[in-house]
Each structure stands twice: as structure tokens, then as C-alpha cells.
Ligand binder design. Structure first.
Ligand SMILES: Nc1ncnc2c1ncn2[C@@H]1O[C@H](COP(=O)(O)OP(=O)(O)O)[C@@H](O)[C@H]1O
Ligand SMILES: [Mg+2]
Length: 179
């Protein structure tokens, strides 16, 4: 999740709502994630996993406690300082993809690369390279993938059937796969 950094979570608590709607989603959690370390967080539905990850990903502020990334106190930073940290230091795979629905899949990917400082052309090139794994999500050896080009970009598929389906209604196909 975090490049080359230590993430420190210290006595973090998160409360939602108030009075009758009050929920303590996370209560007094402390943990440290070191570079290269992989940590899995397990627990039943409603136990606070998503809330904790959102706080660790600088998307949500704790009610109590602190979160530090490489010595910087994320939980105390002003909201306008967080976008840069999210862009350069945090990768987050959401349960829903949070794509911008007015943009193509490729533009969704390219946009982030552009925000990170690449020129538009370079960003689109990078996005296209990243998007060449089969669009339909099937695992298939690269040599066996069926490819096509659309809007000047290469797309690959697990089979001809899949590619033909794509060619009938490309945007709709992509929206369904990546929604
Ligand atoms: N935005 C929110 N507002 C109010 N309560 C919430 C909100 N998000 C989550 N909760 C509540 O906080 C608790 C923990 O939820 P969550 O972090 O989504 O757990 P998990 O991801 O482990 O299923 C649940 O009781 C849930 O209903
Ligand atoms: Mg969850």
C-alpha cells in the first residue's frame, strides 16, 4: 500500500454519528507497517476493516489517536495537504473502482499519471501499456490473447468471442467490466 515508508497507527479510534446513531467503528487500534511488509487485516463484516484502511490511506481522519507516514503526522495535516500524499505515497484498491464515469477506462488511468506529473502524451502511453492485459479479466498467456485496437489504443481479450462482444459496443463493454 505504501512505498518505501513506515506507517504507524497509534491508539486510533473512529466514531461515526452521535447519540442514537453513534457507532464506534474502530476502537484503540495500534499497528506498524514497515517497508516491504505485507499485512492482512481480517474480521467479520462490520468490525471496522474498511474504516481503518480509509484512515491508513489518508481518506478519513481518526476521531482519536494518530497516524504517521514516514514520520509525518497524517492525522494532523490539513485536508488540502492530503491529495499530494494520496497521489504519490498511497495506492488504494477500492471495493468499488471509483472510476470517473464520463471518462474512458484509458483516460481514467491516464489522468492519474498526468496528475503525478507526466505529460499528456506520456500519460496516455503509460495507461495504454497498463491496459493491455485482457480487458475481460480472464487470465490468458500473452501470446494467446486476442488483440484489437480502439480509439488508437490496443486492447486484448481472452478469446475472439470476447473481442467481438467488445467490438459491438466498446464503451458499454468497458463500463460493464470496470464498473
Ligand atoms: N459512513 C458511516 N457512517 C456511519 N456508520 C458507518 C459508516 N461506515 C461504517 N459505519 C459503521 O461502522 C462499523 C464498521 O464498518 P466498516 O468499517 O465498514 O466494517 P468492515 O469493513 O469490517 O465491514 C459498522 O457498524 C458500520 O455500520
Ligand atoms: Mg469493508
Amino acid at each position: 500500500m505504501v512505498n518505501n515508508a513506515t506507517l504507524q497507527v497509534t491508539h486510533v479510534t473512529k466514531n461515526y454519528g452521535a447519540d442514537a446513531t453513534h457507532v464506534q467503528a474502530v476502537r484503540d487500534v495500534s499497528l506498524e507497517v514497515k517497508p516491504e511488509e505485507v499485512v492482512l487485516i481480517m474480521g467479520p463484516s462490520g468490525s471496522g476493516k474498511t474504516t481503518l484502511l480509509q484512515m491508513m490511506g489518508a481518506l478519513l481522519k481518526p476521531t482519536d489517536g494518530s497516524i504517521q507516514l514516514n514520520g509525518e503526522m497524517l492525522s494532523a495535516l490539513a485536508e488540502n495537504r492530503l491529495p499530494t500524499i494520496r497521489l504519490h505515497q498511497i495506492g488504494f484498491i477500492f471495493q468499488n473502482f471509483n472510476l470517473l464515469s464520463a471518462l474512458t477506462v484509458l483516460d481514467n488511468v491516464a489522468l492519474v499519471a498526468e496528475l503525478a506529473g507526466l505529460k499528456r502524451r506520456e500519460a496516455r502511453k503509460k495507461a495504454a501499456t497498463m491496459a493491455t492485459d485482457p480487458v475481460c479479466g480472464m487470465k490468458v498467456e500473452r501470446e494467446k490473447a486476442v488483440t484489437t485496437e480502439w480509439q488508437g489504443q490496443p486492447f486484448s481479450f481472452c478469446s475472439r468471442g470476447c473481442r467481438n462482444e467488445f467490438l459491438e459496443e466498446p464503451q458499454q463493454f468497458l463500463n460493464t467490466v470496470f464498473q
